[in-house]
Write a protein that binds this ligand. Structure first.
Ligand code: NAP
Length: 291
């Protein structure tokens, strides 16, 4: 079994970006990070994004509206960032509080600053095999992990568990694209799928993104498969100082014993999501201010 080391691959992407940003004369790329409220997981994700931006030389602009902000007030913040020439990319951390319609916020982002790639235009470009837009960061990170680990999807059966806008749908579309590295035969499973293990057992490449700790067990995986575990689940663990530990959607101890390649949690897809956000921000900067 080969462990796909997301920390190492993400560090390589970050190092390349840092070297590239250092060559930009004058203004550096600027990423606005909008975090509504104090959700503990979001606090830690946004902190990591701010730190990585700083490491690369991207200016991080933090906007921290209160948890009870109204839809219209949040939209006014987005409008101001869209109009701000000094801002190249905007990330609005999900999940947002209940009173906020997330999809409306994603759609409100100017497509040329939508570095999280969740707006209609950028998601549409993925469906059109058009690489001029921004691919949403977790799916882009999964594809980068696969290609940098020597996994070519051509001719492979790729099974995606989960159909969210954030992960399942876009990664399925990317794996399906008619281009080098992709070109897979893709099946997407969800909560309405019957006899799910019989489908996952057919996967040459299994991508699990359902948010259920340790859901995928060894009996659901074909020996020799490549397994990408997107899940980040907090499970109670009284032996830890925090009172919890992170676990994926895949039962790592048993599945790693039969997989050819597998990502760990943490240290797999998570760091890649952050690295791809930075890559998209640098792309947005270059599109807006050609060097
Ligand atoms: P989500 O929006 O909750 O979507 C979960 C998907 O899984 C849905 O399509 C749902 O089906 C399906 N599902 C749930 N239970 C199922 C079951 N028992 N059998 C079959 N399908 C089932 O979640 P998400 O945003 O995609 O996130 C998924 C996981 O990835 C979470 O643990 C999240 O924390 C993690 N994540 C990690 C990163 C990263 O950077 N590593 C980024 C984003 C998300 P229905 O559509 O039928 O409801």
């Amino acid at each position: 079994m080969e462990l796909i080391d997301g920390n190492k691959i993400a560090a390589d992407v970050v190092a390349d970006l840092k070297a590239e940003v250092a060559t930009f004369p004058g203004r550096k790329p600027c990423l606005a990070l909008v975090r509504v409220g104090e959700d503990p997981a979001s606090v830690s994700y946004v902190r990591k994004k701010e730190k990585t931006a700083e490491e690369i030389g991207i200016t991080g602009k933090m906007i921290l509206p209160p948890a009870d902000i109204s839809q219209s007030a949040l939209e006014a913040i987005i409008d101001a960032l869209n109009a701000d020439d000094g801002v190249d990319g905007i990330l609005v951390q999900s999940p947002m509080p209940k009173q906020i319609d997330e999809l409306k916020i994603f759609r409100r982002l100017s497509p040329d600053k939508d570095v999280d790639g969740l707006g209609t235009l950028n998601l549409g470009k993925v469906a059109q095999d058009d690489d001029t837009g921004f691919v949403s960061c977790t799916p882009a990170g999964i594809m980068e992990l696969l290609s940098r680990s020597g996994v070519d999807l051509k001719g492979k059966h790729v099974v995606v568990l989960g159909r969210s806008l954030l992960v399942g749908k876009p990664v399925a579309l990317l794996a399906l694209q008619k281009r080098a590295g992709a070109n897979g035969t893709v099946t997407v499973c969800h909560s309405g799928t019957t006899n799910l293990p019989s489908i996952t057992r057919q996967a040459d490449v299994l991508i699990a993104a359902i948010g259920r700790p340790d859901f995928v067990t060894a009996d659901m995986v074909k020996p020799g498969a490549v397994v990408i575990d997107v899940g980040i689940n907090r499970v109670p663990d009284p032996t830890r100082k925090t009172g919890y530990r992170l676990t994926g959607d895949v039962h790592f101890p048993t599945v790693s014993a039969i997989a050819a390649k597998i990502t760990p949690v943490p240290g797999g897809v998570g760091p890649m999501t952050v690295a791809m956000l930075m890559k998209n921000t640098v792309k947005a900067f270059k599109l807006r201010s050609p060097q």
